[in-house]
Design a protein around this ligand. Structure first.
Ligand code: F0G
Length: 446
Protein backbone atom coordinates (compact mmCIF):
# COMPACT_ATOMS: atom_id res chain seq x y z
CA UNK A 1 0.00 0.00 0.00
CA UNK A 2 1.09 3.55 -0.64
CA UNK A 3 0.03 6.08 1.98
CA UNK A 4 0.51 9.82 2.21
CA UNK A 5 2.63 11.26 5.00
CA UNK A 6 2.16 14.69 6.49
CA UNK A 7 4.75 17.36 7.13
CA UNK A 8 4.44 19.64 10.16
CA UNK A 9 6.20 22.66 11.63
CA UNK A 10 8.67 22.69 14.49
CA UNK A 11 6.20 24.76 16.57
CA UNK A 12 3.46 22.17 16.05
CA UNK A 13 5.80 19.34 17.03
CA UNK A 14 7.00 21.11 20.16
CA UNK A 15 3.38 21.49 21.22
CA UNK A 16 2.39 17.89 20.32
CA UNK A 17 5.29 16.23 22.11
CA UNK A 18 4.60 18.31 25.21
CA UNK A 19 0.95 17.22 25.11
CA UNK A 20 2.18 13.61 24.75
CA UNK A 21 4.22 14.06 27.97
CA UNK A 22 7.42 13.47 26.00
CA UNK A 23 6.37 9.86 25.33
CA UNK A 24 6.46 9.16 21.59
CA UNK A 25 3.99 6.28 21.97
CA UNK A 26 1.38 8.90 22.85
CA UNK A 27 1.67 10.83 19.59
CA UNK A 28 -1.03 10.47 16.95
CA UNK A 29 0.33 8.87 13.81
CA UNK A 30 -0.57 11.92 11.72
CA UNK A 31 1.70 14.00 13.94
CA UNK A 32 4.59 11.86 12.67
CA UNK A 33 6.32 12.41 9.31
CA UNK A 34 8.53 9.31 9.17
CA UNK A 35 7.63 6.57 11.62
CA UNK A 36 10.54 4.45 12.84
CA UNK A 37 8.93 3.54 16.16
CA UNK A 38 8.98 -0.12 15.21
CA UNK A 39 9.29 -2.58 12.36
CA UNK A 40 6.52 -4.61 14.00
CA UNK A 41 3.27 -4.85 12.06
CA UNK A 42 4.22 -1.78 10.05
CA UNK A 43 5.38 -3.50 6.85
CA UNK A 44 3.51 -3.27 3.56
CA UNK A 45 1.86 -6.51 2.50
CA UNK A 46 2.42 -7.76 -1.02
CA UNK A 47 -0.06 -8.32 -3.86
CA UNK A 48 0.06 -12.03 -3.07
CA UNK A 49 -0.63 -11.49 0.61
CA UNK A 50 -3.63 -9.30 -0.17
CA UNK A 51 -4.87 -11.98 -2.58
CA UNK A 52 -4.54 -14.55 0.19
CA UNK A 53 -6.65 -12.30 2.43
CA UNK A 54 -9.52 -12.80 -0.01
CA UNK A 55 -9.24 -16.57 0.33
CA UNK A 56 -9.44 -16.66 4.14
CA UNK A 57 -11.53 -19.51 5.53
CA UNK A 58 -13.37 -18.16 8.56
CA UNK A 59 -14.65 -21.50 9.89
CA UNK A 60 -14.41 -21.66 13.66
CA UNK A 61 -12.73 -25.07 13.65
CA UNK A 62 -10.58 -26.84 11.08
CA UNK A 63 -10.33 -23.91 8.64
CA UNK A 64 -8.26 -24.47 5.52
CA UNK A 65 -6.35 -21.29 6.46
CA UNK A 66 -5.13 -23.08 9.58
CA UNK A 67 -3.79 -25.95 7.50
CA UNK A 68 -2.14 -23.52 5.09
CA UNK A 69 -0.29 -22.05 8.07
CA UNK A 70 0.47 -25.47 9.54
CA UNK A 71 1.95 -26.79 6.31
CA UNK A 72 4.04 -23.67 5.78
CA UNK A 73 5.44 -23.83 9.33
CA UNK A 74 6.32 -27.48 8.82
CA UNK A 75 7.95 -26.80 5.45
CA UNK A 76 9.93 -23.67 6.39
CA UNK A 77 10.63 -24.15 10.11
CA UNK A 78 10.31 -27.92 10.47
CA UNK A 79 7.91 -28.03 13.44
CA UNK A 80 5.07 -30.59 13.57
CA UNK A 81 2.96 -28.80 16.18
CA UNK A 82 1.94 -25.17 16.42
CA UNK A 83 -0.65 -22.89 17.98
CA UNK A 84 -1.71 -19.63 16.30
CA UNK A 85 -1.75 -16.56 18.57
CA UNK A 86 -2.60 -12.92 17.93
CA UNK A 87 1.04 -11.82 18.28
CA UNK A 88 4.43 -12.70 19.76
CA UNK A 89 3.80 -11.86 23.40
CA UNK A 90 0.62 -13.94 23.30
CA UNK A 91 2.71 -16.88 22.12
CA UNK A 92 5.03 -16.25 25.07
CA UNK A 93 2.06 -16.16 27.43
CA UNK A 94 0.70 -19.48 26.16
CA UNK A 95 4.04 -21.31 26.14
CA UNK A 96 5.35 -19.86 29.41
CA UNK A 97 2.08 -20.71 31.16
CA UNK A 98 3.16 -24.33 30.74
CA UNK A 99 6.91 -24.00 31.17
CA UNK A 100 7.79 -21.14 33.57
CA UNK A 101 7.06 -21.18 37.30
CA UNK A 102 8.04 -19.07 40.32
CA UNK A 103 11.72 -19.36 41.23
CA UNK A 104 12.79 -20.48 37.74
CA UNK A 105 15.82 -19.09 35.94
CA UNK A 106 15.74 -18.40 32.21
CA UNK A 107 19.14 -17.61 30.68
CA UNK A 108 19.32 -16.11 27.19
CA UNK A 109 20.62 -13.31 24.98
CA UNK A 110 19.05 -9.96 25.89
CA UNK A 111 15.46 -11.17 26.37
CA UNK A 112 13.01 -8.84 24.65
CA UNK A 113 10.98 -6.75 27.13
CA UNK A 114 7.74 -8.73 26.74
CA UNK A 115 9.68 -11.98 27.07
CA UNK A 116 11.34 -10.70 30.23
CA UNK A 117 7.99 -9.33 31.39
CA UNK A 118 6.31 -12.73 31.02
CA UNK A 119 9.18 -14.36 32.92
CA UNK A 120 9.29 -11.81 35.75
CA UNK A 121 5.49 -11.65 36.02
CA UNK A 122 5.70 -15.37 36.92
CA UNK A 123 8.31 -14.52 39.59
CA UNK A 124 11.09 -16.16 37.64
CA UNK A 125 14.39 -14.52 36.64
CA UNK A 126 15.72 -13.73 33.17
CA UNK A 127 19.52 -13.66 32.98
CA UNK A 128 21.27 -11.99 30.07
CA UNK A 129 24.23 -14.00 28.79
CA UNK A 130 24.96 -11.97 25.64
CA UNK A 131 28.65 -11.65 24.74
CA UNK A 132 30.40 -8.55 26.12
CA UNK A 133 31.25 -7.28 22.62
CA UNK A 134 27.56 -6.44 22.12
CA UNK A 135 27.74 -3.75 24.79
CA UNK A 136 30.43 -1.68 23.10
CA UNK A 137 28.96 -0.05 20.00
CA UNK A 138 32.42 0.61 18.51
CA UNK A 139 33.51 -3.04 18.43
CA UNK A 140 33.09 -4.82 15.09
CA UNK A 141 31.94 -8.43 15.60
CA UNK A 142 29.94 -10.38 13.00
CA UNK A 143 27.61 -12.00 15.55
CA UNK A 144 27.01 -9.62 18.41
CA UNK A 145 23.78 -11.45 19.24
CA UNK A 146 25.74 -14.51 20.40
CA UNK A 147 25.42 -16.09 23.83
CA UNK A 148 28.58 -16.12 25.94
CA UNK A 149 29.07 -19.82 26.57
CA UNK A 150 30.99 -19.30 29.81
CA UNK A 151 28.26 -17.10 31.26
CA UNK A 152 25.63 -19.65 30.21
CA UNK A 153 27.52 -22.66 31.55
CA UNK A 154 28.00 -20.99 34.90
CA UNK A 155 24.24 -20.56 35.28
CA UNK A 156 23.46 -24.05 34.05
CA UNK A 157 26.03 -25.48 36.47
CA UNK A 158 24.91 -23.43 39.49
CA UNK A 159 21.14 -23.88 39.05
CA UNK A 160 19.20 -27.08 39.76
CA UNK A 161 18.03 -28.62 36.47
CA UNK A 162 14.33 -28.44 37.35
CA UNK A 163 14.62 -24.66 37.80
CA UNK A 164 15.68 -24.05 34.20
CA UNK A 165 12.62 -24.46 31.95
CA UNK A 166 14.63 -23.55 28.85
CA UNK A 167 17.41 -21.40 27.46
CA UNK A 168 16.09 -18.69 25.14
CA UNK A 169 17.92 -17.62 22.00
CA UNK A 170 16.56 -14.39 20.49
CA UNK A 171 17.02 -14.30 16.70
CA UNK A 172 18.10 -11.64 15.93
CA UNK A 173 19.03 -10.06 19.22
CA UNK A 174 16.77 -7.00 19.14
CA UNK A 175 17.81 -5.24 22.34
CA UNK A 176 21.53 -5.23 21.52
CA UNK A 177 20.95 -3.78 18.07
CA UNK A 178 19.30 -6.28 15.71
CA UNK A 179 22.45 -8.36 15.95
CA UNK A 180 22.55 -11.93 14.65
CA UNK A 181 23.46 -15.20 16.36
CA UNK A 182 25.82 -17.51 14.46
CA UNK A 183 25.01 -21.12 13.62
CA UNK A 184 28.15 -22.10 15.47
CA UNK A 185 26.82 -20.38 18.59
CA UNK A 186 23.37 -21.97 18.23
CA UNK A 187 25.02 -25.40 18.00
CA UNK A 188 27.26 -24.73 21.00
CA UNK A 189 24.30 -23.53 23.09
CA UNK A 190 22.41 -26.69 22.13
CA UNK A 191 25.35 -28.80 23.20
CA UNK A 192 25.58 -27.04 26.56
CA UNK A 193 21.83 -27.32 27.08
CA UNK A 194 22.05 -31.07 26.39
CA UNK A 195 24.94 -31.44 28.81
CA UNK A 196 22.82 -29.99 31.62
CA UNK A 197 19.47 -31.43 30.52
CA UNK A 198 17.96 -28.07 29.53
CA UNK A 199 15.58 -27.30 26.65
CA UNK A 200 16.15 -24.71 23.97
CA UNK A 201 13.55 -22.12 22.92
CA UNK A 202 13.93 -19.62 20.06
CA UNK A 203 12.33 -16.19 20.20
CA UNK A 204 12.16 -16.02 16.43
CA UNK A 205 10.69 -12.64 15.45
CA UNK A 206 13.54 -11.87 13.02
CA UNK A 207 14.76 -15.39 12.25
CA UNK A 208 14.99 -14.77 8.48
CA UNK A 209 17.17 -11.71 8.95
CA UNK A 210 19.34 -13.85 11.22
CA UNK A 211 19.64 -16.48 8.47
CA UNK A 212 20.63 -13.76 5.98
CA UNK A 213 23.54 -12.69 8.22
CA UNK A 214 24.65 -16.32 8.61
CA UNK A 215 24.69 -16.66 4.82
CA UNK A 216 26.67 -13.43 4.44
CA UNK A 217 29.08 -13.72 7.36
CA UNK A 218 29.57 -17.30 8.53
CA UNK A 219 32.09 -19.54 6.78
CA UNK A 220 30.44 -22.47 4.99
CA UNK A 221 27.02 -20.87 4.46
CA UNK A 222 27.52 -18.62 1.42
CA UNK A 223 26.16 -21.24 -0.99
CA UNK A 224 23.23 -22.37 1.13
CA UNK A 225 19.77 -20.93 0.54
CA UNK A 226 18.00 -18.92 3.25
CA UNK A 227 15.46 -21.74 3.61
CA UNK A 228 18.22 -24.32 4.13
CA UNK A 229 19.84 -22.14 6.78
CA UNK A 230 16.49 -21.51 8.49
CA UNK A 231 15.73 -25.23 8.67
CA UNK A 232 19.17 -25.92 10.10
CA UNK A 233 18.79 -23.16 12.72
CA UNK A 234 15.43 -24.45 13.94
CA UNK A 235 16.56 -28.09 13.92
CA UNK A 236 18.39 -27.21 17.16
CA UNK A 237 15.32 -25.83 18.97
CA UNK A 238 12.72 -27.68 21.05
CA UNK A 239 10.19 -24.89 20.78
CA UNK A 240 9.77 -21.37 19.46
CA UNK A 241 7.68 -18.27 19.77
CA UNK A 242 7.08 -15.99 16.82
CA UNK A 243 5.95 -12.44 16.39
CA UNK A 244 4.85 -12.68 12.76
CA UNK A 245 4.60 -8.89 12.62
CA UNK A 246 8.29 -8.84 11.78
CA UNK A 247 9.73 -11.45 9.42
CA UNK A 248 6.36 -12.79 8.25
CA UNK A 249 5.47 -9.23 7.19
CA UNK A 250 1.89 -9.15 8.49
CA UNK A 251 0.17 -6.41 10.46
CA UNK A 252 -0.92 -8.80 13.20
CA UNK A 253 -0.19 -12.44 14.02
CA UNK A 254 2.03 -14.86 15.85
CA UNK A 255 2.40 -18.47 16.91
CA UNK A 256 4.26 -20.88 19.10
CA UNK A 257 5.58 -24.15 17.71
CA UNK A 258 7.10 -27.20 19.34
CA UNK A 259 8.40 -30.69 18.66
CA UNK A 260 6.74 -32.36 21.65
CA UNK A 261 3.12 -33.48 21.33
CA UNK A 262 2.90 -33.49 25.11
CA UNK A 263 3.93 -29.82 25.29
CA UNK A 264 1.47 -29.02 22.50
CA UNK A 265 -1.35 -30.67 24.44
CA UNK A 266 -0.54 -28.74 27.61
CA UNK A 267 -0.17 -25.42 25.79
CA UNK A 268 -3.45 -26.02 23.94
CA UNK A 269 -5.41 -25.49 27.16
CA UNK A 270 -3.88 -22.03 27.62
CA UNK A 271 -4.32 -21.19 23.96
CA UNK A 272 -8.03 -21.89 24.22
CA UNK A 273 -8.28 -19.83 27.42
CA UNK A 274 -6.24 -16.81 26.34
CA UNK A 275 -6.34 -16.71 22.54
CA UNK A 276 -9.00 -18.78 20.83
CA UNK A 277 -9.70 -22.26 19.59
CA UNK A 278 -6.70 -24.35 18.48
CA UNK A 279 -7.19 -23.72 14.78
CA UNK A 280 -7.39 -19.93 14.88
CA UNK A 281 -6.04 -18.73 18.27
CA UNK A 282 -6.73 -15.02 18.01
CA UNK A 283 -6.40 -14.75 14.24
CA UNK A 284 -8.96 -14.64 11.47
CA UNK A 285 -8.62 -17.07 8.57
CA UNK A 286 -7.49 -14.27 6.28
CA UNK A 287 -4.77 -13.30 8.80
CA UNK A 288 -3.47 -16.87 8.81
CA UNK A 289 -3.39 -16.93 5.00
CA UNK A 290 -1.44 -13.68 4.79
CA UNK A 291 0.92 -14.95 7.49
CA UNK A 292 1.64 -18.19 5.64
CA UNK A 293 2.34 -16.27 2.43
CA UNK A 294 4.48 -13.77 4.40
CA UNK A 295 6.64 -16.58 5.80
CA UNK A 296 7.45 -17.55 2.21
CA UNK A 297 8.23 -14.01 1.05
CA UNK A 298 10.17 -13.18 4.21
CA UNK A 299 12.56 -16.04 3.57
CA UNK A 300 13.42 -15.06 -0.01
CA UNK A 301 17.00 -13.93 -0.52
CA UNK A 302 16.25 -11.00 -2.85
CA UNK A 303 13.75 -9.50 -0.45
CA UNK A 304 16.10 -9.85 2.54
CA UNK A 305 19.03 -8.43 0.57
CA UNK A 306 17.01 -5.35 -0.42
CA UNK A 307 15.73 -4.82 3.09
CA UNK A 308 18.93 -5.27 5.01
CA UNK A 309 20.90 -3.21 2.47
CA UNK A 310 18.47 -0.34 3.02
CA UNK A 311 19.09 -0.44 6.76
CA UNK A 312 22.84 -0.47 6.10
CA UNK A 313 22.43 2.47 3.69
CA UNK A 314 21.01 4.55 6.55
CA UNK A 315 23.73 3.31 8.92
CA UNK A 316 26.47 4.24 6.46
CA UNK A 317 25.08 7.75 5.95
CA UNK A 318 24.91 8.31 9.70
CA UNK A 319 28.45 7.00 10.18
CA UNK A 320 29.63 9.41 7.47
CA UNK A 321 28.04 12.29 9.40
CA UNK A 322 29.94 11.12 12.49
CA UNK A 323 26.81 10.06 14.40
CA UNK A 324 27.72 7.26 16.87
CA UNK A 325 25.79 4.10 15.98
CA UNK A 326 26.00 0.40 16.87
CA UNK A 327 28.46 -1.43 14.60
CA UNK A 328 27.97 -3.53 12.60
CA UNK A 329 24.57 -2.27 11.42
CA UNK A 330 21.61 -4.35 12.56
CA UNK A 331 19.07 -6.21 10.45
CA UNK A 332 15.91 -4.28 11.20
CA UNK A 333 17.17 -1.02 12.62
CA UNK A 334 20.00 1.38 13.21
CA UNK A 335 20.75 1.89 16.88
CA UNK A 336 22.14 5.29 17.80
CA UNK A 337 24.45 5.30 20.82
CA UNK A 338 22.79 7.98 22.97
CA UNK A 339 25.39 7.65 25.72
CA UNK A 340 28.04 8.85 23.28
CA UNK A 341 25.71 11.25 21.44
CA UNK A 342 24.62 13.09 24.63
CA UNK A 343 27.60 12.20 26.80
CA UNK A 344 27.26 15.48 28.72
CA UNK A 345 23.82 14.48 30.12
CA UNK A 346 23.60 12.25 33.22
CA UNK A 347 22.03 8.81 32.73
CA UNK A 348 19.34 9.72 35.27
CA UNK A 349 17.99 12.15 32.66
CA UNK A 350 17.32 9.39 30.11
CA UNK A 351 19.72 10.24 27.28
CA UNK A 352 18.12 8.03 24.62
CA UNK A 353 14.60 9.28 25.31
CA UNK A 354 15.89 12.86 25.28
CA UNK A 355 17.49 12.20 21.90
CA UNK A 356 14.28 10.60 20.59
CA UNK A 357 12.34 13.72 21.56
CA UNK A 358 14.94 16.00 19.94
CA UNK A 359 14.86 14.05 16.68
CA UNK A 360 11.07 14.27 16.65
CA UNK A 361 11.15 18.02 17.20
CA UNK A 362 13.87 18.40 14.56
CA UNK A 363 12.16 16.54 11.74
CA UNK A 364 8.97 14.71 12.75
CA UNK A 365 10.81 11.38 12.88
CA UNK A 366 9.68 8.96 15.58
CA UNK A 367 12.23 6.48 16.92
CA UNK A 368 12.12 4.52 20.15
CA UNK A 369 14.20 4.43 23.30
CA UNK A 370 15.99 1.16 24.06
CA UNK A 371 17.58 2.16 27.33
CA UNK A 372 16.84 2.86 30.96
CA UNK A 373 13.11 3.53 30.51
CA UNK A 374 12.63 0.23 28.70
CA UNK A 375 14.82 -1.59 31.23
CA UNK A 376 12.26 -0.82 33.95
CA UNK A 377 13.01 -1.08 37.65
CA UNK A 378 14.57 -4.06 39.36
CA UNK A 379 11.58 -6.20 40.42
CA UNK A 380 13.05 -6.75 43.90
CA UNK A 381 14.83 -3.49 44.83
CA UNK A 382 12.55 -1.26 42.69
CA UNK A 383 15.65 0.78 41.75
CA UNK A 384 15.98 2.04 38.18
CA UNK A 385 18.02 -0.33 36.02
CA UNK A 386 20.58 1.41 33.83
CA UNK A 387 21.60 -0.99 31.06
CA UNK A 388 25.09 -0.91 29.52
CA UNK A 389 23.61 0.35 26.27
CA UNK A 390 21.47 3.47 26.06
CA UNK A 391 20.17 3.46 22.50
CA UNK A 392 17.80 5.27 20.19
CA UNK A 393 16.44 2.68 17.78
CA UNK A 394 15.47 3.73 14.28
CA UNK A 395 13.49 0.69 13.13
CA UNK A 396 12.81 0.48 9.42
CA UNK A 397 9.38 -0.88 8.40
CA UNK A 398 9.54 -3.53 5.69
CA UNK A 399 8.80 -2.49 2.09
CA UNK A 400 7.56 0.98 3.12
CA UNK A 401 10.16 3.74 2.78
CA UNK A 402 12.61 4.59 0.00
CA UNK A 403 16.28 5.53 0.29
CA UNK A 404 15.13 9.12 -0.18
CA UNK A 405 13.51 8.86 3.23
CA UNK A 406 16.75 7.40 4.58
CA UNK A 407 18.66 10.47 3.30
CA UNK A 408 16.21 12.74 5.09
CA UNK A 409 16.49 10.79 8.35
CA UNK A 410 20.28 10.86 8.25
CA UNK A 411 20.42 14.60 7.54
CA UNK A 412 17.96 15.34 10.34
CA UNK A 413 19.93 13.33 12.88
CA UNK A 414 23.15 14.97 11.70
CA UNK A 415 21.55 18.35 12.44
CA UNK A 416 20.72 17.24 15.97
CA UNK A 417 24.26 15.93 16.34
CA UNK A 418 25.68 19.30 15.32
CA UNK A 419 23.66 21.12 17.98
CA UNK A 420 24.02 18.39 20.63
CA UNK A 421 25.84 20.65 23.12
CA UNK A 422 22.85 22.98 23.19
CA UNK A 423 20.74 20.10 24.59
CA UNK A 424 21.48 20.72 28.26
CA UNK A 425 18.39 19.28 29.91
CA UNK A 426 17.03 15.77 29.79
CA UNK A 427 13.80 14.24 31.08
CA UNK A 428 12.39 13.00 34.36
CA UNK A 429 9.60 10.55 35.14
CA UNK A 430 6.30 11.99 36.35
CA UNK A 431 4.13 8.85 36.21
CA UNK A 432 4.93 5.20 35.51
CA UNK A 433 3.32 1.76 35.47
CA UNK A 434 4.76 -0.98 37.71
CA UNK A 435 5.87 -3.10 34.72
CA UNK A 436 6.65 -2.30 31.06
CA UNK A 437 6.46 1.36 31.91
CA UNK A 438 7.95 2.74 28.70
CA UNK A 439 4.69 2.37 26.75
CA UNK A 440 2.69 4.62 29.05
CA UNK A 441 5.21 6.63 31.06
CA UNK A 442 4.64 10.39 31.49
CA UNK A 443 7.78 12.51 31.39
CA UNK A 444 8.65 16.14 31.90
CA UNK A 445 11.68 18.25 31.04
CA UNK A 446 14.17 18.46 33.88
N1 F0G B 1 10.38 -10.95 20.70
C1 F0G B 1 11.09 -9.99 20.08
C2 F0G B 1 12.54 -10.22 19.79
C3 F0G B 1 10.47 -8.80 19.70
O1 F0G B 1 11.18 -7.87 19.10
C4 F0G B 1 9.08 -8.63 19.98
C5 F0G B 1 8.40 -7.39 19.63
C6 F0G B 1 8.40 -9.66 20.63
C7 F0G B 1 9.08 -10.81 20.97
C8 F0G B 1 6.94 -9.54 20.97
O2 F0G B 1 6.16 -9.64 19.84
O3 F0G B 1 5.04 -7.42 19.60
O4 F0G B 1 4.20 -9.43 18.40
O5 F0G B 1 3.91 -9.22 20.83
N2 F0G B 1 9.00 -6.36 19.27
C9 F0G B 1 8.44 -5.12 18.82
C10 F0G B 1 9.54 -4.12 18.63
C11 F0G B 1 7.28 -4.61 19.59
O6 F0G B 1 9.22 -2.95 18.39
O7 F0G B 1 10.71 -4.50 18.65
P1 F0G B 1 4.75 -8.88 19.67
Amino acid sequence: MVEPIRRSTREEREQWIKEANYNLFKLKSDQVFIDLLTDSGTGAMSDRQWSEMMLGDESYAGASSYFKMKNTIKEILGFDHFLPTHQGRAAENVLFSVLVKAGDVVPGNSHFDTTKGHIEYRKATAIDCTIDEAFDTTVEHPFKGNIDLNKLEKILKDTPQEKIPFVVVTLTNNSSGGQPVSMENIKAVRKLADKYGAKLMFDSARFAENAYFIKKREPGYADKTIREIVLEMFSHADSMTMSSKKDAIVNIGGFTAMRSKELYDKASVFNIMYEGYLTYGGLSGRDMNALAQGLREGTEYDYLDTRISQVAYLGQKLAEYGVPVQHPFGGHAIFVDAKRFLSHLPKEQFQAQTLAVELYIEAGIRGVEIGALLADRDPVTRENRYPDLELLRLAIPRRVYTNNHMDYIAAALANVYERRHSIVKGLKIVNEAPIMRHFTVDLAKV
